[in-house]
Design a protein around this ligand. Structure first.
Ligand SMILES: Nc1ncnc2c1ncn2[C@@H]1O[C@H](COP(=O)(O)OP(=O)(O)OP(=O)(O)O)[C@@H](O)[C@H]1O
Ligand SMILES: [Mg+2]
Length: 381
């Protein structure tokens, strides 16, 4: 029995576009299905953009879906590219119409005032702000590895690199592709199950970002509104060091944000970390936990050396009355993994550090999940 075009479409329905994570049939990417006399199936797939980086992956998926079908002797796949109108229709379908929400938000600087999905009532995303009072304590490493650990638990996860001057998440995650732009909607690249947007994708290599406040504000707002985050369960925000302007903007954009403070164990660092907590307090975001990093180094002799002192994380946690979520060891593999885009949690899952990040993810996802509000007045008799 020759296969029918309807059977081909049905077989292609479960095939997802690797970036948009939607059925290529539902996305109207499948065109011109034709069953030829010799059993070859001709399929034309319309890519969202020319030079789509995942074209080969789509080809593989389509082949894998069609080859096993009875009556299919071969697959002849060719590609076309969506027209501007088709792209616009696709963007509207996936991401809504920005002009319909324009003005819903107060405009800042150059912003047009689009609504931020994460600020809307009923939005399910938990924004996790990874902060500290000073630089170099491991915020980006924590954001990267916690994101990977949350994804490993089966959650949908995005990371917004809010360190607009010192962006480092693309390198740490190893996302080598730029975001794809579909009619002004940015589709973030994904690696280790984590989607990521960073200023790093928009500045040429080696060039510094020299923007002033309002432009940064606008860039962050765009990262929240124009990116197809696709309603993730967690959006981790890698905060820049310090307590400045960006923190303030973000707290306005993410009124349900949860702050996690990273500190090193020595008392001096802890004093600075306290500044991050004070910042959180000022902008009315709760600090949900403390993460102590570089707590010790385990030598070849198996002994733990507390190179940066001890007790800072515990003390800060007690002072703020929040849990100390982890004490992360100092391990060269963590730094190396950060330098070449192979997060330790992804590539050395059996390591002590990876176990720490998994435990942290568990606490964040389960114990620190926002509780449903219980009102005694709403008792059902
Ligand atoms: N536990 C650790 N063990 C080994 N190296 C680490 C550890 N944590 C962080 N590092 C390394 O220390 C350096 C600083 O870490 P990271 O970039 O994550 O800090 P940060 O707080 O984001 O810094 P910045 O303030 O500059 O954004 C990086 O090279 C990172 O790989
Ligand atoms: Mg950083």
């Amino acid at each position: 029995m020759p296969v029918t075009a309807d059977q081909i479409i049905d077989a292609l329905r479960p095939v997802e576009d690797p970036e948009l994570r939607r059925s290529i049939v539902d996305l109207d990417m499948v065109r011109d299905v034709e069953v030829r006399g010799d059993g070859t199936v001709g399929v034309r797939v319309a890519l969202t953009v020319a030079g789509c980086p995942l074209r080969n992956e789509i080809q593989r998926r389509v082949n894998d879906a069609l080859q096993p079908l009875d009556g299919v002797a071969g697959v002849a796949l060719d590609f076309t590219v969506m027209t501007d109108d088709e792209r616009e229709a696709l963007r509207r379908r996936l991401h809504g119409d920005p002009s319909s929400t324009a003005g819903a938000n107060t405009a800042h600087g150059h912003a047009e005032g689009r609504a931020i999905p994460f600020a809307q009532p009923g939005n399910r995303t938990r924004p996790l702000l990874i902060a500290s009072g000073k630089g170099g304590v491991g915020k980006s490493s924590v954001a990267t590895n916690l994101a990977v650990a949350l994804a490993q638990r089966g959650s949908s996860v995005g990371v917004l690199d809010a360190d607009v001057y010192g962006f480092s998440i693309p390198r740490m995650l190893g996302t080598d592709r730029d975001p794809v732009v579909i009619d002004q909607m940015l589709v973030p690249p994904e690696q280790w199950g984590v989607r990521c947007i960073s200023m790093g994708y928009f500045v040429p290599d080696g060039q510094a970002v020299i923007w002033r406040g309002p432009m940064l504000h606008k860039a962050l707002e765009q990262f929240l509104t124009d990116v197809f985050w696709d309603d993730p369960e967690f959006l981790l925000i890698d905060m820049p060091p310090g307590t400045g302007d960006i923190a303030l903007s973000l707290s306005q954009y993410l009124p349900r944000g949860e702050v996690y403070v990273v500190t090193t164990p020595q008392p001096a660092a802890q004093k600075v970390a306290r500044l991050a907590a004070a910042m959180a307090d000022k902008v009315h975001l709760p600090v949900k936990g403390i993460i102590e990093n570089m707590s010790w180094f385990t030598g070849d002799d198996g002994k733990r050396y507390e190179l940066f002192g001890s007790g800072g994380g515990r003390e800060l946690a007690d002072e703020l009355d929040v849990p100390l979520l982890a004490q992360l060891p100092l391990v060269p593999a963590l730094r190396e993994g950060g330098d070449d885009g192979r997060p330790i949690t992804a590539v050395q899952p059996e390591s002590e550090a990876a176990a720490c990040f998994r435990a942290m993810a568990e606490q964040v996802a389960v114990e620190l999940a926002p509780r449903k509000v219980f009102s005694p007045n709403l008792r059902i008799n």
